[in-house]
Design a protein around this ligand. Structure first.
Ligand SMILES: *[C@@H]1O[C@H](CO)[C@@H](O)[C@H](O)[C@H]1NC(C)=O
Ligand SMILES: *[C@@H]1O[C@H](CO)[C@@H](O)[C@H](O)[C@H]1NC(C)=O
Length: 448
């Protein structure tokens, strides 16, 4: 039995900004148990029951994190997806073991494996303020809300195909969204219009469930017969009968800041075989469920193209733009139309200025004016080292000689142009006279 479970009462998992908690869904205990504490800004939650994992987004730490669900709750937590901006919505695909999330700052919807690997941008256009996201893996569809200029609910295949708007009238701040897998209905809460509505999964046969009594509903979830939602104004979790909207009651009050909520029960994640169950569908990277025959798609990490076999991915992006952005470095693949920027996972970047690349060994070289160093790392940010750290002042220009394997740079502090081997050895001053503020530098190795 999980902490706080009460026979016959569903267990609720919810985020409370500073922690993630559990509470029994009948409010019998009248108290909640902390799953993880000392968080900055936990917003959306979801879980993978079979493997006992809880996931949440932290919009201050700009990450998706994970903790094991155990009888004794602890503070164990791991970052699974770093480098996000504002991950407001999160959903776990328990059939093909994926995380889907929305980011209202980058205006993207992304997917990755449960450990964060093979991260892929699914949608990057026509998103304004995407928030809640819900999955129906058996039907291979995803649903999300957008509370931007043109508020709406959209759906698409879980591989990104067949995107369509299903609700765009009588909608203002669609916050909460959940799928009733048994009855194949979509429920959503609107915080401005103060109602909970439901419709068929294609948006048809819309009807009111609760109206008039709501203040500021945020997230929504359901068990067999009961709808649960968090409310920012009452600081409570509320419940009602999902069919008629009656039997409205408060499950837990006095919550610091109730955010995302899920009914944490195994029957919310029924197992069926999918085309991705066997050998990952033959895909080298992501196998995503699809409503389009053969009902799955092989997909590659962001910026990487799929080979003509439709199954395996190229080793990496072929054309890449590298960008020094003062406190981080980013790479943008030019192979695919989304041009998503990916942050290189390198620590200690303070004031990166100049950047260049050696295609032979695959290293990125850059200068840092505050650290006063020339550094290099792999394209994914690994193997980061300092190459030159002495007698370096304002190294504002850098250039790789990929033929003779040397590195040239300018320094507007020492007013010199210098060179070393690509590993930082055999340093030599080339020009130190008649330079005032040398900055940009390029090489033409072929003509010397
Ligand atoms: C909900 O339905 C599932 C599957 O039908 C069942 O196993 C479970 O006991 C039910 N839960 C409650 C709280 O009624
Ligand atoms: C640096 O590179 C040069 C030329 O490739 C090589 O001869 C030398 O051994 C390297 N030194 C170190 C310390 O790796």
């Amino acid at each position: 039995c999980l902490p706080l479970c009460v026979p016959g009462s569903p267990l609720l998992l919810f985020a409370n900004r500073r922690d993630v908690r559990l509470v029994d869904g009948e409010g019998v205990r009248g108290e909640s148990a902390i799953v993880v504490s000392d968080l900055e800004d936990a917003a959306a939650v979801d879980f993978f029951f079979e493997e006992g994992l809880i996931f949440w987004t932290d919009v201050s730490e700009e990450a998706i994190k994970q903790t094991p669900l155990k009888e004794s709750l602890g503070t164990d937590q791991t970052v699974v997806v770093p480098g996000l901006d504002s991950p407001d919505g999160l959903a776990c695909d328990w059939l093909s073991k994926k995380l889907y999330w929305t980011d209202s700052e980058t205006n993207r919807i992304e997917v990755a494996n449960l450990d964060g690997s093979s991260r892929k941008v699914l949608f990057w256009m026509d998103l304004d303020q995407p928030r809640a996201i819900a999955l129906n893996p058996a039907q291979r569809y995803m649903y999300w809300t957008d509370w931007g200029e043109e508020p709406r609910i959209e759906r698409a295949g879980m591989d990104g195909r067949r995107r369509e708007v299903i609700i765009n009238e009588d909608i203002f701040w669609p916050n909460g969204l959940t799928v009733d897998l048994e009855e194949q209905k979509l429920y959503w809460a609107d915080a401005k219009l103060s109602f909970i509505h439901r419709a068929n999964l294609d948006g048809s046969a819309r009807e009111t469930v609760v109206e008039g009594t709501l203040t500021h509903p945020f997230a929504l979830t359901l068990s067999n017969e009961t709808l649960f939602w968090t409310d920012w104004q009452t600081h409570s979790i509320h419940a009602c009968n999902k069919h008629r909207g009656d039997k409205t009651r408060e499950i837990l009050g006095g919550i610091y800041s109730p955010m995302g909520i899920q009914v944490l029960e195994s029957y919310r994640q029924p197992y069926i075989r999918t085309p991705c169950s066997d050998n990952n569908g033959g895909c080298s990277h992501l196998c995503l469920l699809s409503p389009v025959p053969p009902f799955y798609s092989c997909t590659c990490p962001t910026g990487v193209q799929l080979r003509a076999d439709g199954k395996t991915c190229k080793p990496g992006a072929e054309q890449v733009l590298l960008l020094a952005r003062r406190t981080d470095l980013r790479r943008i693949s030019l192979d695919l139309p989304d041009f998503t920027d990916i942050v290189l996972q390198v620590d200690g970047i303070r004031h990166a200025i100049a950047i260049d690349y050696d295609p032979v060994e695959g290293y990125v070289y850059w200068t840092d004016d505050e650290v006063r160093a020339i550094r290099r790392s792999r394209l994914d940010g690994s193997n980061a080292v300092m190459l030159v750290t002495t007698e370096i002042n304002h190294p504002d220009g850098i250039a790789v000689d990929w033929v003779s394997r040397n590195l040239y740079w300018t320094d507007t502090g020492t007013d010199r142009i210098e060179v070393t081997r690509l590993n930082g050895t055999s340093r030599k001053i080339l020009i130190s006279e008649n330079l005032d503020e040398p900055r940009a530098i390029v090489l033409d190795p072929v003509n010397g």
